[in-house]
Structures are given as C-alpha cells and as structure tokens.
Design a protein around this ligand. Structure first.
Ligand code: HEC
Length: 111
C-alpha cells in the first residue's frame, strides 16, 4: 500500500520539467526480467515498433532493432516515460518494474 501511495505521490508531483528525471534513475537501478519485458513490450510497444523491433517506415515508427544499440539505457527509459513526437508517454501505464523489464528485453533482443 505504501508503495502505491508513494508512486501516486510521485505521479502527482512529477514536475513539468523534463531534463531532471528522477524516475529514470530509479528504474535504472532495478533489475529487469526479459520474459516479463517481452510480455509488456508485446502489449504496449509492438503495435508501432513491431514484435520483431523492425518498426514501420511508412508511419515513421523507428526500428528499435537498428536504433536501440545507439541509445543509452537512460535515453530509452526517458523516452518510454515521457514519450517523444508521435510516441505517447507510458508513465501512467507502466510500473517502474515493467519499464525496467522492457529495457532488459530490448537489450537482450536488439543490443
Ligand atoms: C503509437 C506508436 C508508438 C508506440 C505504442 C510506442 N512507440 Fe516508441 N516511438 C514511436 C515514434 C513515432 C518514435 C519516434 C519519436 C521521435 O523521435 O519523434 C518512437 C521512438 C522510440 C524510441 C527511440 C528510438 C528512435 O530510433 O528514435 C524508443 C527507444 C522507443 N520508441 C521505444 C518504445 C517502447 C519501449 C515502447 C513501449 C513501451 C514504445 N516505444 C511504444 C512510436 C511509438
């Protein structure tokens, strides 16, 4: 219960400024589970980035299979939390652990 309260408090008070991102640091300290990450990826990300990470050129959804290895863990987590361009924010939909799991899955699949 206490955790849920703290998470709710963080969401409520999350400042509009995006350069400081305490949530990213918290997530990077968690150890991700690739099997859970695959489930969360398939449910939340594959509609745009495709199950095989190839993305969709026609709709300008980038290929994670090509790009993820050029991005730092912190960049990937921040994009998932805050969204970017046509990509929605997942801050309210995914737990910290789920984001850590997705990161682990991306690293396991696409480097
Ligand atoms: C509605 C479609 C959509 C969904 C769903 C989506 N993304 Fe994205 N994603 C995008 C678009 C569009 C961009 C490019 C954003 C930009 O740079 O303007 C992007 C960019 C990214 C990037 C940066 C890669 C790059 O080459 O720019 C990462 C990493 C990423 N997404 C991961 C994810 C993960 C992980 C999920 C699931 C939690 C997810 N995305 C869900 C559309 C989506």
């Amino acid at each position: 219960m206490r955790r849920i309260f703290i998470a709710a408090a963080i969401l409520t008070f999350a400042p509009a400024c995006s350069e400081e991102n305490p949530d990213t640091e918290t997530i990077l300290e968690l150890s991700g589970d690739t099997a859970n990450g695959k489930l969360a990826y398939d449910n939340n990300c594959a509609s745009c980035h495709m199950a095989d990470g190839s993305g969709n050129d026609a709709l300008s959804y980038p290929s994670l299979a090509e790009h993820a290895k050029h991005e730092s863990d912190s960049e990937i987590v921040t994009i998932v939390l805050d969204g970017e361009g046509a990509m929605p924010s997942f801050r309210a939909n995914l737990s910290d652990q789920e984001v850590a799991d997705i990161l682990a899955y991306i690293r396991a699949e696409w480097g």
